[in-house]
Design a protein around this ligand. Structure first.
Ligand code: SF4
Length: 152
């Protein structure tokens, strides 16, 4: 199976602070699956390191209130193209990120508070009916693969 993965979960230094979020459970998927690392924020032309951003209503803002929505949207569209070009069948994305988060994201107050919602790329994947999992849902993904008869 071809799975698109948030690049930071595979140990690549794509995070806003120049670090990564390497996750051993996600890394282990590479034993049986082809993983395609993607960072929508870098694809949107944002630098690394970069100021952290949060979703605020329909916008994505940095802490100074600068509107970064256009870069997040173009990065999500580029990442979606990679998903389709590579024949991906699912995505495993970093939880809580304003691009990659699924179900819960930071609420725009830069105070660590979470609110219901998706990151911009995760939203686009869901609109295109692409299955999205976070690194906290690896077990769910493996179970689904097992039920489908795919190598887990
Ligand atoms: Fe990781 Fe996604 Fe943030 Fe890029 S945009 S650093 S892949 S969480």
């Amino acid at each position: 199976m071809v799975i698109l993965v948030s690049a930071c979960l595979l140990g690549l230094p794509t995070r806003y602070d120049g670090g990564h979020s390497c996750h051993t459970g996600v890394m282990s998927l590479s034993k049986k699956h082809l993983l395609i690392p993607v960072c929508p924020e870098q694809l949107g032309g944002l630098p690394t390191p970069r100021p952290p951003c949060e979703r605020a209503g329909g916008l994505v803002l940095d802490q100074a209130g600068t509107d970064k929505t256009a870069a997040f949207v173009s990065g999500a569209e580029a990442a979606m193209k990679i998903y389709k070009l590579c024949g991906c069948e699912a995505a495993v994305l970093k939880a809580r990120s304003p691009s990659c988060g699924k179900g819960l994201v930071y609420d725009g107050s830069f105070s660590g508070k979470l609110t219901n919602g998706n990151g911009v790329f995760s939203d686009l994947l869901e609109k295109n009916a692409c299955p999205v999992y976070t690194e906290d849902e690896i077990d769910m993904l493996l179970q689904t693969l097992k039920e489908d008869g795919s190598p887990g």
